[in-house]
Design a protein around this ligand. Structure first.
Ligand code: ADP
Length: 635
């Protein structure tokens, strides 16, 4: 059985048995209202589960309008309670509401309540599809004709209280053509005023021609502006032919329109809310009598002072000159925040009309959509980004492949040059030793000693060259053992200096070691020793007699920078560019015709880089050179 707490009955339902069922079978609290006005108030305040509409004769708001508002604005299922004989009345047949014919059984009532709930849901779907206003307009007592901006008829309601029903023939026609010529100007004038900002026209009398007759009406024209900027005109017409009883426009008729439009409408008179329709109440949560003054509402709707100040400023500045159209964020009575489309127009010096449209859901959907689109764009961007990266990587790969091929070619070239260079000392050794063997008897002792010394020097050269070549090939092919360990750099330098002292002495060159003992580095001892040896060898080779070589060191956070300076011949800018490069073979004779291979510095570079260090040179021709390299500190 349905769980029902509260039920509102409007007017007379005429059957005690019916009430008994409600009270006892459903255990519901039953509230009563005598008029439409009273019903609206009670329904709003108590939010009953169901509203039953019987016959009522009091008040200005008729049963249908009351039902419409409760159903539409308050979202409460409505049921009409009728007697068998009301069956003959067509009006009831056409309502969207559930109709109970009494007497009714408990089970039938229960079934109908369920159906009334469903019909509310179905109806709400209509609202979403914008078909609601049409349904409601059909139940209004007067004629409602809507015209688009070009005054083409978009809609004509059924005009419930009129015997005459405009047929569909008006739809799609130019409305002006259905009017007497003199009336056309009246309507155009009214519309002109509306387009200049008025929201409701003054009442005008028109005669609408249809088929063979004509219907005199008195009408109000409203202008409705939609959120997309387009507008429509609504003519609310009362039949004044006198033949048919027609409800007066003021009061009931006008209110019925305002109460049923699908947006919130309020009228401000001398700063106070004079009227607010149910939709205005539904959106803001405030019933008309709780709204008080405009400023009061602003304080509740915009609790944040700075935001309120902006809204108030806009109102003050703009309301007298133009219509205000704004999207605002308001706080409702229950604390909810809603996005609204806010419009305000001036009616006269003291009156303003405000209309509000709840666009919170729309906004949310729109935001969700925007987000989705943004994400789509982002992922598209990131795919494009990745594509670009891939292309870049591809390009880099191609480039490095080409570089590798080139390096290989360079290496081949280098080896052919090397092979040629190797031949020179061999030629010397072979030629000179042959000379001694063949001519030994003819040679003086001094001559033999000189030749043997030359052979020894060529042999040394050859040995050094081979050693470098071997080391270099080991390192570049990855076959070299790399065993970094904590080493005292002072001792490494000392060993190298000791080894090369005879060469330096021979040219009367002084070597100064400025590295202090206990300078610990984390290196492969052999590799770094050979780097220092190579740099010292070069310094001796390219420094004239009597020169000086010094080895210096500077400490940095995690490394040492070692330098070997000489007072030698220096290197030209052009030649500096050729150093450390396997692709440009570069070797010159020393100051005393010492021969090299052009391999030493290349080997040094490989060794230093294996330690993640750097090697470079600063040099000035004629003054000397300084070679620098870095090695990691020992922890
Ligand atoms: P090489 O065995 O020919 O000395 P390197 O690679 O050690 O091979 O050096 C290449 C070239 O760099 C040398 O031939 C020389 O022209 C130049 N060079 C190297 N060190 C010095 C230096 N201290 N002073 C002047 N020139 C130098």
């Amino acid at each position: 059985m349905e769980e029902i707490k509260k039920i509102l009955i409007i007017g007379e339902v005429g059957d005690k048995g019916f009430l008994e069922i409600l009270k006892h079978s459903f255990n519901a609290t039953v509230l009563f209202a005598e008029s439409g006005e009273e019903a609206l108030k009670i329904a709003y305040r108590t939010q009953p589960d169901f509203v039953f509409v019987g016959k009522f004769a009091f008040g200005n708001i008729d049963a249908f309008t009351t039902a419409n508002i409760i159903f539409d604005a308050y979202n409460i299922p409505v049921l009409f309670v009728l007697n068998e004989k009301d069956l003959e009345n067509d009006l009831y047949q056409e309502t969207p509401y559930e109709i109970i014919y009494i007497p009714v059984s408990e089970s039938k009532l229960s079934f109908q309540l369920g159906r009334a709930r469903k019909s509310l849901t179905r109806f709400k779907k209509l609202v979403e599809k914008n078909e609601l206003s049409e349904t409601i307009l059909n139940y209004l007592p007067g004629f409602v004709i809507t015209l688009d901006e070009r005054l083409t008829v978009k809609f004509v309601n059924k005009g419930r209280n009129h015997k005459v029903t405009f047929g569909k023939e008006l739809l799609g026609t130019k409305f002006l053509e259905s009017l007497e010529v003199t009336d056309r100007n009246k309507l155009l004038e009214a519309i002109n005023k509306l387009e200049c900002g008025a929201s409701v026209s003054e009442k005008i009398d028109l005669t609408i021609r249809y088929e063979d007759s004509a219907l005199p009406v008195s009408c109000d024209v409203y202008c409705v502006i939609f959120s997309d900027g387009t507008h429509e005109f609504i003519l609310y017409c009362s039949d004044i032919s006198g033949e048919i009883k027609s409800e007066p426009l003021e009061g009931n008729g006008l209110m019925a329109v305002l109460n049923n439009v699908p947006y919130g409408v309020a009228i401000i008179s001398e700063g106070k809310f004079e009227f607010a329709n149910p939709e205005f109440t539904r959106i803001t949560g405030f019933p008309a009598d709780e709204l008080g003054g405009l400023n009061e509402w602003f304080e509740k709707a915009f609790p944040d002072k700075s935001y309120r100040d902006v809204v108030t400023e806009t109102w003050k500045k703009e309301i007298d000159q133009k219509n205000i159209i704004k999207t605002l964020s308001i706080q409702c009575k229950n604390g909810d925040i809603k996005q609204i489309d806010f419009r305000a127009n001036k009616i006269d010096d003291k009156k303003y009309i405000i209309s509000i449209l709840d666009i919170t859901e729309q906004r949310k959907t729109r935001e969700a959509l925007d987000n989705y689109i943004r994400q789509l764009k982002l992922s598209k961007d990131s795919i494009e980004q990745k594509n670009i990266q891939l292309e870049k990587l591809n390009k880099e790969l191609r480039e490095s492949e080409e570089k590798l091929l080139e390096l290989n070619r360079d290496k081949d070239k280098f080896f052919s040059i090397l092979a040629h260079d190797l031949r020179t000392p061999f030629n010397a050794i072979l030629g000179l030793s042959q000379l001694v063997a063949d001519e030994y008897d003819e040679l003086t002792k001094e001559e033999v000693v000189k030749i043997v010394k030359d052979i020894n020097s060529a042999g040394k050269n050859l040995f050094r060259l081979l050693e470098n070549l071997l080391n270099w090939s080991r390192i570049t092919s990855g076959r070299a053992e790399f065993n970094p360990e904590k080493v005292d750099l002072f001792e490494l330098v000392l060993t190298a200096v000791h080894l090369l002292k005879p060469n330096a002495d021979a040219k009367e060159i002084k070597i100064e070691n400025n590295v202090k003992p206990n300078t610990y580095v984390f290196v492969d001892e052999q590799m770094i020793e050979s780097v220092i040896e190579n740099l010292l060898t070069n310094a001796i080779k390219f420094t004239p007699r009597g020169g000086k070589i010094s080895i210096n060191i500077s400490e940095q956070p995690d490394k040492y920078e070692i330098s070997v300076s000489d007072t030698g011949i220096g290197i030209s800018k052009e030649n500096i560019g050729k150093l450390f490069r396997i692709d440009v073979p570069f070797s010159e004779y020393g100051t005393e015709k010492e021969k090299g291979s052009g391999l030493g510095l290349i080997l040094c570079k490989e060794s230093v880089e294996k330690h993640n260090g750097k090697i470079w040179v600063e040099s000035e021709e004629g003054k000397g050179s300084t070679f620098y390299f870095t090695v990691p500190k020992a922890k």
